[in-house]
Design a protein around this ligand. Sequence first.
Ligand SMILES: [Zn+2]
Length: 116
Amino acid sequence: MKPSRAELIAALSELKERELVEAIYEVLKARNVDRQFPGGEFEYDRWCLAQATFGKFGKVDAEAHIELAALPVPGCEPSNVTSLHEQGRCTRCGSAVTSSSKRAVCPVCSTEVECT
Ligand SMILES: [Zn+2]
């Protein structure tokens, strides 16, 4: 039986950050689109989960930034980490990412990102 929207929200709300990211990306990957055009060019649509962080007192200032939640590199999943506390920047596409792991997969271009 299909769970209700309220049941889905309740279940997702109980997840730790890392579990939520894993679940959301599992759902979103089916919505990603790769297009090839007659001239041989490609275009990719990638759905991503982002975390926006504001500066002091909740005001948008120079400290405000947006990071894309990134999954750990397979095999590099820390077993006891549940939060997104590592940050890095993709060397290929420039996306800022946050992850539960020091080695993450860029959700935009799939490049491995070193995080600190
Ligand atoms: Zn990237």
